[in-house]
Design a binder for this molecule. Structure first.
Ligand code: PGA
Length: 248
């Protein structure tokens, strides 16, 4: 299984900046086949632009959120079928920023994962503890609770999800989990997946939280770290490509 390096642009970008960034990434890749699968999860208004920019390239398209509903009177929401229209292969669900600022619950995140899978879109399910939860010794319990809700909802499709372990205290802070700290949690998640699916090894478990060109190789060398979900460093083409190159 090839590692997966997914960029999460968050609420950044403009038509001009996106074009320059993606062109620089594609130029940097040249004709080489990267050792990792690559994806860019972009703000919804830019999906059409990105679809055309990455078409025929090694970069897949992803979104950052999806509605749990199929269609109808849900002003401002974007459905999985709409994401499908733009050839989205991935969608992030349950990012800690949405759990924190939009009040997304485990149950809602699980419904979103299910809605994505129903359209053949791979949900990148984010789990992770806050600093207070880590300090209280609750890391394992928190990530297991978050993942359990999704496993319960998607049942036999569990092997088709991607999981991203993102300790909240490491996101955008420059504080990365050490490779050992991350591996410890990834092993817990892998064991939980093993109880739910016959093929836990097929599920990418990504690490996210201040992963960058300098620390990626040591994180990706861990046995249960199958890739990265990259925020800040995905906005710089050289850094993103360096992370992709570390994932061998
Ligand atoms: P960061 O963000 O790499 O900027 O810490 C990661 C994420 O939130 O997905």
């Amino acid at each position: 299984m090839k590692p997966l390096i997914a960029g999460n642009w968050k609420m950044n970008g403009s038509l001009a900046a996106n074009e320059a960034l993606v062109k620089a990434m594609l130029d940097g890749l040249g004709s080489q086949t990267p050792g990792a699968d690559m994806a860019l999860c972009v703000p919804a208004p830019y999906l059409a632009q990105l679809q055309s920019l990455v078409s025929g390239s090694a970069i897949s398209l992803g979104a950052q959120d999806v509605s749990a509903h199929e269609q109808g009177a849900f002003t401002g929401e974007v459905s999985a079928t709409m994401l499908k229209d733009f050839a989205c292969r991935y969608v992030i669900v349950g990012h800690s920023e949405r759990r924190q600022y939009q009040g997304e619950t485990d149950l809602l995140v699980a419904d979103k994962a299910k809605a994505a899978l129903a359209q053949g879109i791979t949900p990148i399910v984010c789990v992770g503890e806050t600093l207070a939860e880590r300090d209280a010794g609750q890391t394992e319990a928190v990530v297991k609770r978050q993942l359990a809700a999704v496993i319960h909802a998607v049942a036999h499709c569990t092997s088709e999800i991607v999981v991203a372990y993102e300790p909240v205290w490491a996101i955008g802070t420059g504080k990365t989990a050490s490779p050992e700290q991350a591996q410890q949690v990834h092993a817990v998640l892998r064991a939980q997946l093993a109880a739910a699916t016959q093929h836990p090894e097929r599920v990418h478990i990504l690490y996210g939280g201040s992963m960058n060109a300098a620390n990626a190789a040591s994180l990706l060398a861990q046995p249960d770290i199958d890739g990265g979900l990259i925020g800040g460093a995905s906005l710089k083409s050289a850094d993103f490509l360096q992370i992709v190159a570390s994932a061998l």
